[in-house]
Design a protein around this ligand. Structure first.
Ligand SMILES: [Zn+2]
Length: 624
């Protein structure tokens, strides 16, 4: 990094980089009268434009999401850059020569070096692309792409090129453009031998690797010829601008979609990224010659960050093979906050996204991503797959192996749910599974004994549930009814398990209701009832949620009646039954129809549950 940029140069950048021009590259702007322009906001989803730009003052502001600032702020936000990076980017584009204050952390020379290396890479990319398009020798490269369903347009879109077989084609080309051997060697475009430098990539198909701002910083190169002794894929080595732990192929194209859709899809290869993008999964990226690590997590987090809150999901398309499973297990031991929002999409036939796109088309690729399962489920199921679940010994061994995984889940409110799922996949009752998880917990962390069952000693709420969270509306309304109208709610509410609620805060409130004797003990309710629940709440965070739920008006038209109360409980029950149905279905898939007794028993249970689900659904929608 260079030292501080001089203020007068920053001012010059602001002056030269017209905000309407810069914004116009990302957003279609039209006149809104009074010298002001309007467009659809790039920072939030909207149908009618509330994003305003006033060129005369050099500012933008969105009336929908309140993002606003000057041209530098805009580039920072849209390209996820630091202030200095944004200034440098605009300066390069608008021909402002930046000067840096003395005493910065690095001399200006290094800043110049980056620019030189990026320029060399840009020239190399153009050279390679021309070779692919025109050179007779590049036929093997063109055939490789055609064979995978990529046409000329796709190759151009991703900047794919061809590195000629000879030893110095690129070297000579770049020397002719004024680059020194030292620069080429520093950037990793050439290798150094005893007789000087020679092209690093020879007789290969090459993909340019961009940084997040779109600069080419390296290449990934695939072997094309049988007599090539090198590895199948060869990448740029570590250089001042290329750090493999921080690069993601496709990030420059995917970043806007990732931020907009709040989803990132991590695939394994260059062709997978291409296939995904062409299939409409514009959020796909791939690591380059290394496995997905902590630095990559940080990059995606930055794109998925929304007002200091990490939301959205990361979907991995692992091979179903051992390596993919290992990668998943490794991810599972890392950042738990990241893990809870991590999903895995596995193609049952073992095809990667590129093969899938070729064989079954774009929709199959989108389906693959849509059918993702939580990483935790994938990890547990991968573990179970190692055992023969058709015999009791196998199930017991599988339980012993899987229970510690459930116990390792840091968010303890998720453990009961995982345990229930595990029981379903094993075809066991929940109790022995919970016991095994408890045992695994005691084995690893004695301090947490009983924590999953007892009232929490400290707030375990990972933040207060938002009143308008649609996902949690069912839970919230049921608890509000229990607190405000216990007389209407009745025994059915008490029959729910606290773990049937999905948010940790709501689980805690349900426990408090239960600890206060349940709604049936509350009689007709009244003030004393809420106080009893508050007293049973265990800590201030939960107490405060109890108060909130006791006060917030119920979402019903007119006075709540017993039917309204029954609907709320039925919704929760329906959700539980649905979960059980999913479990049973997956168990049925594992069972051989010829196995006879067990198959018919599971099948019978499934039919009964489906019936129960229909009944509950009717009741939940007030049709009965
Ligand atoms: Zn906005």
């Amino acid at each position: 990094m260079a030292g501080r940029i001089r203020d007068e140069d920053i001012a010059l950048v602001r002056e030269r980089a017209r905000i309407d021009e810069v914004v116009g590259e990302y957003v279609q702007l039209r006149s809104a009268g009074g010298g002001s322009l309007k467009g659809l906001c790039p920072f939030h989803e909207e149908r009618s434009p509330s994003f305003n730009v006033t060129p005369a003052r050099g500012y933008f502001f969105c009336f929908g999401c309140s993002e606003g600032g000057d041209v530098i702020t805009f580039v920072q936000k849209i390209d996820h850059l630091t202030f200095a990076e944004a200034v440098e980017r605009l300066a390069a584009k608008y021909g402002v020569q930046l000067r840096y204050e003395e005493g910065g952390s690095a001399p200006g020379r290094q800043h110049g070096q980056r620019t030189r290396l990026v320029e060399a890479h840009r020239a190399a990319q153009v050279f390679y692309a021309e070779q692919l398009a025109t050179a007779a020798e590049a036929e093997a490269g063109r055939q490789f792409l055609t064979g995978r369903g990529f046409d000329r347009e796709a190759a151009v879109h991703f900047g794919v090129g061809y590195a000629p077989k000879g030893w110095d084609a690129l070297t000579r080309h770049l020397r002719g453009k004024g680059f020194t051997d030292t620069e080429l060697a520093t950037g990793g475009l050439v290798s150094e031998g005893t007789r000087g430098v020679y092209d690093r990539f020879r007789g290969r198909l090459v993909w340019p690797i961009h940084d997040i701002t779109g600069d080419v910083i390296g290449f990934g190169a695939r072997r094309l010829y049988d007599d090539d002794q090198g590895p199948k894929y060869l990448n740029t080595p570590e250089s001042p601008i290329y750090k493999k732990s921080q690069v993601l192929f496709g990030i420059d194209l995917a970043k806007k979609e990732i931020a907009r859709r709040q989803q990132a899809v991590v695939v394994e290869g260059y062709t997978d990224v291409m296939a995904c993008h062409l299939a409409g999964v514009g959020t796909a990226v791939a690591t380059c010659g290394t496995s997905f690590g902590e630095e990559h997590v940080k990059i995606l987090r930055r794109l998925l960050m929304d007002q200091d809150e990490f939301r959205g999901e990361v979907v991995f398309t692992f091979d179903g093979d051992a390596a993919g499973q290992k990668a998943a297990l490794r991810a599972f031991t890392e950042d738990q906050k990241f893990v809870t929002q991590t999903f895995v999409a596995v193609e049952p036939g073992g095809m990667d996204p590129c093969e899938l796109w070729q064989a079954k088309g774009a929709e199959a690729v989108r389906d693959l991503v849509a059918r993702r399962v939580p990483l935790s489920e994938f990890v547990i199921r991968s573990t179970l797959a190692r055992y023969d679940l058709s015999v009791p010994e196998g199930r017991v061994a599988a339980l012993r192996a899987a229970a510690p995984i459930v116990a390792r889940t840091k968010d303890r409110s998720l453990r009961p749910e995982y345990a229930r799922s595990l029981a379903g996949w094993l075809g066991m009752d929940v109790e022995p599974v919970l016991a095994a998880v408890g045992q695994a917990l005691r084995g690893s962390r004695p301090a947490e004994v009983g924590a999953a069952g007892a009232a929490p000693g400290r707030p375990e709420t990972a933040g207060r549930p938002r009143p308008d969270d649609r996902e949690l509306m069912v839970d919230r309304e049921a608890l509000k009814t229990a607190l405000q109208q216990p007389g209407l709610t009745g025994a059915e509410f008490d029959a729910l398990a606290p773990e049937d609620f999905t948010h940790p805060a709501y689980v805690a409130v349900a426990r408090a209701v239960s600890a206060a004797g349940g709604v049936t003990a509350a009689g007709a309710g009244g003030e004393g009832w809420v106080t009893r629940v508050r007293d049973a709440a265990g800590n201030d965070a939960v107490r405060s949620v109890v108060t909130e739920l006791a006060v917030e008006p119920l979402r019903c038209d007119g006075e709540p009646d017993s039917r309204y109360a029954a609907e709320q409980v039925a919704r929760i029950q329906e959700r539980q039954v649905t979960r059980r149905v999913v479990e049973l279905k997956s168990r049925l898939q594992r069972l051989d129809p010829d196995a006879g007794e067990e198959y018919s028993r599971v099948f019978g249970e499934l039919i009964a549950l489906e019936q129960q689900r229909r009944l509950l659904r009717d009741r939940a929608t007030g049709e009965q």
